[in-house]
Design a binder for this molecule. Structure first.
Ligand SMILES: [Zn+2]
Length: 831
C-alpha cells in the first residue's frame, strides 16, 4: 500500500522511465482530471493485457443493448492464469454447483464490479489504477498477493449509461471545470446516466435479469461464483466514504462468516483511511435484504458481497463545492476507490485459505439443508397458469436453481391461504428442494415472509415468487418421496384450422401472441364470455381467429409459426356452435383492435417507470409504442391515438387549461388512458374524474402520540411508511382488466388507496379488504389505513375509458402477473 499513492502522483517524474505505462501515461492526463470515454478505458485494459499476456486474460461476455462490449479481465500470477479453467471447475465443485470433490488448493477469487450506475464515474477510472497497480513490476506486494488471489475485474457493468453520462459531461465542461453546484456540468439532463438503455437501475436487477446486461453477466458470474464481490458506487456529494460492515437489516440467511469477514475487510480499510485522514462511515444506510443488489445477490450465492460508496455521482463532475466548502474532485474520488480496491486484495490475500475454506463450507451447508428454512417449495401445476409457470422456470434456470418432479405428499404452509396444508404431488408439480448449491438464494426468493431485524430498509420488503407469479404453492417442511428431472413438453400446434382457432386467454403469452398476430395483420376476436369447445373450457377474454376473417393465403402458417414460438396452444374449431356459452357469431365476441399506444418520456416523468413500460412494449410484448417529449403535447395528432399510458410522474399538461381540455375531449371521443401510481391522484383532481382518495381516520384513538421522543424520529416516521409490501387483491373476474388472472397480489409501495365508486360512476375492479396484507413491512399507522379501498378501477368518460392502477403492476418488470393485467388494459378494456 505504501507505494500506491506515490505511483499515482509520479506521472510527471520517474514513471515516464518505466516500461509499462500507468493509466495516466497511457491516457496523457492524470486519472480523474478528465472523464475517460469507455472505449479508451477498454484500450488501456487491452494494452495491459498485451503487456502481461501471462498474467491477464480477457473474456468478452456479450454486448450492451446499444452494442457496447461487455468484458471481464482475469488478473493473477502466471501460474493461476495458465490454469483458469481448472480453478473455475474446482471452485464450482466447492460450491456444490458441479458434481465431484473440489480441491481447496485454489486462489481466493475476488470479483470487482464497476459503474453499474453509469454516472458514478470514479469506479471505472479507479479500476484502471487498480489494474495497473496489481501488475506494476515495481510493486512487490501486489505481486505476492496475486500468488493466492485471482482478481476478476469488470470495468463497466453499464456501458450505455456510462457513455450517456460521459458524452453529455464532456460536451458541457469547459477547459477548466466549474465547481459551482448550479453550473450546468453538475445538472445532468433527463434520464441521467445512472440507468441503462431502458432506464433500468441494474443494481436492482441481479436476480430478475430482465435486462440484457444483467442476463449476460449472470451467466459469467454463475460460471465462476467468486468468493468476494465488490460493487463500487457513488452517493451524494456531501457524504463521507461508505464501506462494510453493512447496515441492518441483514437477511438471517447471511452466515456468521459472511458477517465476520465484512467486518475484517471494513477494519482493514478503516486503518488505511485513518492513516490518510479520510472520513468514512459503516453500518448505516446500506442494508442487505432485497436479493437483487450487487452485494446481496453475491452473498446469497456464497460470496462476501459488498457495496463501497464514494461521494460523487452525476452532479459531481470533475470537481464540485460541497456543503462544507471543500472541493470534491474526481481525482480524489478515484484515488479513494482505488485505495479500497487494493486494500481488499491485500486483506483477502492475508486470509485466502480461510476464504476458500469458508466458501467450501457454504456449499456443504447449502446441500445439507442448513441454509434453508423449509425442506422444499412446491409449485402446484395448474393448466390455466402454465404460461406463468414457464416464466418462473426460466427465472430458476437463469439463477442456476434446480427443480424436479416429485411423488408422495408434502406438508407445509400454503402461500395463498397462509394456512397449514397437506398436499399430494401430481406429475407436473414443480419441486424446488431447499438443499442445493443455491439454497440461500432460493430461501430469500421463496420464503413466504422474510424476517426483518430492522424495518428501515432501502428497498421493498416482500417478493416471494408465488405472489409475484400468481402461482399456488406450498412451503413444505416434509420431504417429497422421489425426485425426477422435470420438463414441460414443447408444444407443436396442428397445421390445419377447420373453422379457425381458439386460444385460451390464460397468461401473458396469449397477450404476446395477440401482439405478434396484430402486427402481422391477423384479425382476432375476443370473447367476453367463457365458453366450451369439446372438452376444453375457455375463460373470458379467450381469442378466436376465424378463417373467413383472415383471407390472406399464408394466415395459417403465420398463426402456427407465432403460436409455436410463444408456446401457446391453438385449439382448432370444428363448428360455430358452442356448448356452454354463446356462439362464435355472438355480439359478445368482439374484434380486437390494433391500438396505437403513446407515452410521454422526459423531464417530469420518472425515468425508471418510463423504462418499465418502454421495455415491456419493446422487449416483452413486442408491440409498438410511441414515446414523446412532454413538451410536445401539442404536436401529437391525438385523433390517431387509442391508448395513452401515464407512468408515475408529474404531468404539467393537466394544469394547462387548454391542453387539459383537449385531453378531456380526446378521452370523451373514445380515448383510453392507463394511469399508474401517483398519476391516479393527479387524474382524480380533474373535473371529470369520480375518484376520491380514502380518508384517513382522524378519530382520537388514531391520532399520533404528541409526546414522542426526538431520538425516535427515524423510527417514528416509519409508522406511516411502507417501502413495498404484498397485498392480496380481491377482484371482479368478469371485468376485462382481470381476464385470465386467477389470483392477483399487488406490491404496495405507498399509501395511495381510493374510495369505491358509487352507483354507476365506475367499476371497482380490484380492491383490498381488511387483512389483505400477505407479506412485507407496513408501518403501524399505515397498516390501519390500507384496507377497504380500491387499487384498480375503470371509469367511462363519454366514449372513452380511464384505467386507474394505483400500484406499479410492472414493478422492475419482474412482477410477472402484472404483465397480463397491463395487456388487458391495452387490448381488452373498454373495447
Ligand atoms: Zn450506485
Amino acid at each position: 500500500m505504501k507505494r500506491l499513492l506515490s505511483i499515482i502522483g509520479c506521472f510527471f517524474t520517474i514513471c515516464v522511465m518505466a516500461q509499462v505505462k500507468s493509466p495516466s501515461e497511457f491516457l496523457g492526463y492524470q486519472v480523474g482530471t478528465k472523464v475517460t470515454p469507455y472505449w479508451k478505458v477498454l484500450d488501456y485494459y487491452a494494452y495491459i493485457a498485451k503487456e502481461f499476456p501471462n498474467q491477464v486474460k480477457i473474456e468478452s461476455y456479450g454486448s450492451s443493448i446499444e452494442g457496447r462490449p461487455l468484458q471481464v479481465f482475469y488478473v493473477s500470477s502466471a501460474k493461476h492464469i495458465s490454469k483458469l479453467e481448472e480453478i473455475r471447475n474446482n471452485n464450482l465443485k466447492l460450491a456444490k454447483a458441479l458434481e465431484g470433490e473440489g480441491s481447496s488448493n485454489i486462489p481466493a477469487i475476488i470479483w470487482m464490479s464497476n459503474n453499474v450506475h453509469g454516472n458514478e464515474t470514479s469506479s471505472i477510472e479507479a479500476s484502471m489504477l487498480t489494474l495497473f497497480e496489481l501488475l506494476n513490476p515495481k510493486n512487490q506486494e501486489t505481486k505476492r498477493w496475486l500468488e493466492n488471489t485471482l482478481v476478476i475485474i469488470d470495468p463497466c457493468l453499464n456501458p450505455d449509461g456510462t457513455e450517456r453520462y460521459n458524452n453529455w459531461h464532456n460536451g458541457v465542461v469547459g477547459a477548466q471545470y466549474n465547481p459551482e453546484l448550479y453550473a450546468r456540468e453538475h445538472r445532468e439532463p433527463w434520464p441521467g446516466g445512472r440507468l441503462n438503455h431502458y432506464y433500468f437501475d441494474m443494481n436492482r436487477d441481479w436476480a430478475w435479469q430482465t435486462q440484457q446486461e444483467s442476463r449476460l453477466r449472470a451467466v459469467i458470474y454463475n460460471k465462476w461464483l467468486p468468493h468476494i464481490h465488490v460493487d463500487f458506487h457513488e452517493q451524494g456529494i456531501n457524504a463521507p466514504y461508505y464501506f462494510p460492515p453493512a447496515a441492518e437489516p441483514l437477511h438471517e440467511v447471511i452466515t456468521p462468516w459472511q458477517r465476520e469477514f465484512q467486518t475484517t475487510i471494513g477494519r482493514h480499510n478503516a486503518k488505511y483511511f485513518d492513516s490518510k485522514g479520510w472520513l468514512y462511515f459503516t453500518k448505516e444506510r446500506f442494508d442487505l435484504f432485497y436479493p437483487s443488489y450487487g452485494d446481496t445477490y453475491p452473498i446469497y450465492s456464497g460470496a462476501i458481497g459488498m457495496t463501497f460508496e464514494k461521494a460523487g455521482n452525476g452532479s459531481a463532475g470533475l470537481g464540485v463545492y460541497t456543503d462544507n466548502k471543500d472541493t470534491l474532485t474526481l481525482v480524489d474520488r478515484a484515488i479513494q476507490h482505488h485505495a479500497s480496491g487494493i486494500n481488499i486484495v491485500e486483506v483477502v490475500s492475508q486470509h485466502a485459505d480461510k476464504v476458500v475454506a469458508e466458501f467450501k463450507k457454504f456449499g456443504e451447508d447449502a446441500i445439507a439443508g442448513k441454509l434453508s428454512s423449509y425442506h422444499s417449495y412446491v409449485i402446484k401445476y395448474d393448466a390455466a397458469r402454465e404460461g406463468s409457470l414457464r416464466a418462473l422456470l426460466k427465472l430458476l434456470d437463469k439463477n442456476q436453481i434446480k427443480y424436479y418432479a416429485g411423488t408422495g405428499s408434502v406438508k407445509g404452509m400454503d402461500y395463498f391461504s397462509k394456512k397449514e396444508a397437506n398436499y399430494t404431488l401430481s406429475e407436473k408439480d414443480v419441486v424446488i428442494p431447499g438443499s442445493q448449491a443455491k439454497a440461500a438464494l432460493i430461501r430469500v426468493l421463496f420464503e413466504p415472509d422474510a424476517k426483518l431485524t430492522d424495518s428501515v430498509t432501502y428497498d421493498i420488503t416482500a417478493w416471494a415468487m408465488p405472489y409475484v407469479y400468481g402461482l399456488p404453492a406450498i412451503a413444505s417442511m416434509a420431504k417429497p418421496a422421489k425426485l425426477q428431472p422435470y420438463s414441460l413438453e414443447n408444444l407443436e400446434n396442428p397445421a390445419a384450422a377447420g373453422f379457425g382457432y381458439a386460444i385460451k386467454w390464460d397468461g401473458f403469452s396469449a397477450a404476446q401472441l395477440t401482439a405478434a398476430l396484430l402486427k402481422r395483420k391477423i384479425s382476432l376476436k375476443s370473447s367476453d364470455y367463457a365458453f366450451k369447445l369439446g372438452k376444453e373450457d375457455f375463460p373470458r377474454g379467450s381469442l378466436l381467429i376465424m378463417k373467413n376473417g383472415n383471407k390472406q393465403a399464408d394466415a395459417e402458417r403465420i398463426i402456427k409459426e407465432e403460436a409455436d414460438k410463444l408456446q401457446v396452444r391453438l385449439y382448432p374449431i370444428q363448428s360455430g356452435i358452442v356448448e356452454g356459452g354463446r356462439d362464435l357469431g355472438s355480439s359478445d365476441v368482439k374484434t380486437v383492435k390494433t391500438p396505437k399506444v403513446l407515452m410521454m418520456a422526459g423531464e417530469g416523468i420518472r425515468a425508471t417507470n418510463v423504462g418499465e413500460i418502454w421495455h415491456y412494449f419493446d422487449e416483452m410484448l413486442k408491440y409498438p409504442i410511441t414515446l414523446i417529449n412532454p413538451s410536445d403535447f401539442s404536436r401529437v395528432k391525438w385523433s390517431d391515438i387509442d391508448v395513452f399510458i401515464m407512468p408515475n410522474g408529474n404531468y404539467s399538461f393537466l394544469k394547462d387549461t387548454n391542453q387539459s381540455k383537449e385531453f378531456a375531449s380526446w378521452l370523451r371521443a373514445g380515448g383510453k388512458v392507463v394511469a399508474l401510481e401517483s398519476v391516479v391522484g393527479q387524474l382524480a383532481s380533474q373535473e371529470w374524474s369520480k375518484l376520491k382518495a380514502v380518508k384517513t381516520d382522524t378519530s382520537a384513538k388514531n391520532k399520533p402520540n404528541p409526546l414522542k421522543k426526538y431520538a425516535d424520529r427515524e423510527r417514528g416516521a416509519l409508522e406511516n411508511y411502507t417501502a413495498g409490501a404484498i397485498y392480496k387483491v380481491t377482484f371482479d373476474d368478469s371485468h376485462p382488466l382481470m381476464y385470465g388472472i386467477k389470483d392477483y397480489f399487488t406490491l404496495k409501495t405507498d399509501a395511495n388507496l381510493y374510495q369505491y365508486f358509487q352507483n354507476s360512476e365506475g367499476w371497482n375492479v380490484g380492491y383490498i379488504t381488511e387483512g389483505s396484507k400477505v407479506s412485507g413491512f407496513v408501518g403501524h399507522n399505515l397498516n390501519k389505513k390500507l384496507k377497504n379501498g380500491l387499487v384498480f378501477g375503470t371509469q367511462q368518460i363519454g366514449q372513452g375509458t380511464v384505467v386507474y392502477l394505483t400500484d406499479n403492476v410492472l414493478f422492475r418488470n419482474f412482477w410477472e402477473s402484472g404483465k397480463l393485467l397491463m395487456a388487458n388494459a391495452v387490448f381488452l378494456v373498454g373495447e
